[in-house]
Design a protein around this ligand. Structure first.
Ligand SMILES: NC(=O)c1ccc[n+]([C@@H]2O[C@H](COP(=O)([O-])OP(=O)(O)OC[C@H]3O[C@@H](n4cnc5c(N)ncnc54)[C@H](OP(=O)(O)O)[C@@H]3O)[C@@H](O)[C@H]2O)c1
Length: 348
């Protein structure tokens, strides 16, 4: 494997997809990284990056080739898997067999849930690498930083679960959640990936807004699992995701029945204790609510909160870029932690 002094050899599989391109954008300016391997699927022969992704033309990058586990294992210390779910669980064991020291960050859902039964229920697939589910580290830095630092196989959280967990975790930790939480979330169309689907074409999406997979979305168990690990109970989530006609950006409005009394200042104190020192979570001033325009193209999560006028519910609203903190930005943040680089390196 060719190495430059001290630089990490990093590859991306799925580089032609939306999250893959975002990874490329962030990693090519990362001073500790040498991009050594780029791969996708539909390629008869290796192609210059600029041929497939014109925005990256005239940059010193390896050609994009058809994914081959042997080549990836040979050329990378760390490989990002930015693939549709169901593929990584086949690929990860093959890569680890070829190169046991390889580090892997999976942006899909294959290694996020702890149980194979839970995975089957959420994704409708039998897990092909179930023994690895207990070994994968869930990469939400604000809550699991210490274990991320030693991770070799990292499951990068989903976009909706990132926004929802960051909005609810301080309440879960304080055991203030008194019943099912309603999460009403909206995401831009890039959240569904780049592959062509008729229901996602311009005319089908533009000028409309629609819920989908209401109370049946595969991210729902991931949210419940995360909150259950942070607090002592996992609150039930009633989740209604919506598709909205923007390219990117995700907002999660969470309505939380409270257990016990909580004042506005008490609510804020819980969130300040959790996030004051966090580089990528911004607590908005009282009366302000997040806007996806302020977080798009960044790794920030903005959070607004209030006690409802009933006094019995908290309302917490979070916004992220689904491709930033919801995917590639968070994946780079996790890489920084795994390899001891400054956590904010190459991220804004
Ligand atoms: N989009 C988001 O906002 C978002 C947020 C968080 C997490 N995620 C997760 O991240 C993963 C990637 O999402 P995405 O939106 O980037 O998907 P995408 O735009 O559809 O891209 C998928 C990529 O995977 C490649 N690919 C597909 N099958 C392959 C195979 N058999 N071997 C090698 N490469 C293959 C595609 O290559 P070709 O172009 O050659 O087909 C493409 O580069 C998904 O699991 C998704 O759930 C997405």
């Amino acid at each position: 494997m060719e190495r430059t002094v001290m630089q990490l050899n990093v590859g991306i599989v799925g580089v032609t997809g939306y999250t893959g391109q975002e990874l490329l954008r962030r990693l090519r300016s990362h001073p500790e990284v040498r991009l050594s391997y780029l791969a996708a699927r539909r390629l008869a022969r290796p192609e210059p990056v600029g041929r497939l992704l014109p925005a990256f033309a005239k940059q010193a990058l390896p050609k994009i080739e058809r994914f081959d586990p042997a080549a990836a294992a040979r050329q990378c210390d760390l490989l990002f898997l930015a693939l549709p779910h169901g593929l990584s669980m086949e690929i990860v064991p093959a890569l680890r067999k070829r190169q046991p020291e390889i580090h892997l960050i999976d942006l899909g859902g294959d290694f996020r849930l702890r149980s194979a039964a839970g995975f089957r229920k959420a994704y409708g697939l039998t897990h092909r690498a179930a023994p690895l589910l207990g070994k994968a580290v869930y990469g939400l830095p604000e809550w699991f930083r210490e274990v991320i630092q030693g991770a070799e196989l990292l499951a990068n959280p989903g976009c909706y679960p990132t926004a929802t967990a960051l909005a609810l975790a301080p309440l879960a930790r304080a055991e203030k959640i008194g019943g099912p939480v309603v999460v009403d979330a909206k995401s831009g169309v890039s959240g569904a990936g780049r592959s062509v689907k008729p229901e996602l074409s311009f005319c089908e999406v533009n000028e409309g807004m629609r819920p989908y997979k209401v109370d049946r979305h595969q991210h729902q168990p991931e949210m419940e699992q995360t909150l259950g690990r942070i607090g002592r109970q996992s609150p039930r989530i009633l989740f209604a995701p919506h598709l909205i006609p923007v390219n990117r950006g995700l907002i999660a409005s969470c309505y939380v029945p409270l257990k016990g009394k909580l004042t506005q200042s008490g609510l804020r104190a819980l969130f300040e204790a959790a996030y004051d020192k966090e580089p990528f979570v911004r607590l908005l001033p009282e009366g302000s609510w997040p806007d996806t325009a302020a977080v798009n193209q960044t790794n920030f999560c903005d959070i607004g909160l209030a006690i409802a006028q009933t006094g019995k519910q908290a309302i917490v609203i979070s916004a992220i870029d689904n491709l930033g903190k919801g995917a590639a930005g968070q994946a780079v943040q996790n890489m920084n932690l795994m390899f001891g680089f400054p956590e904010t390196m190459a991220l804004t």
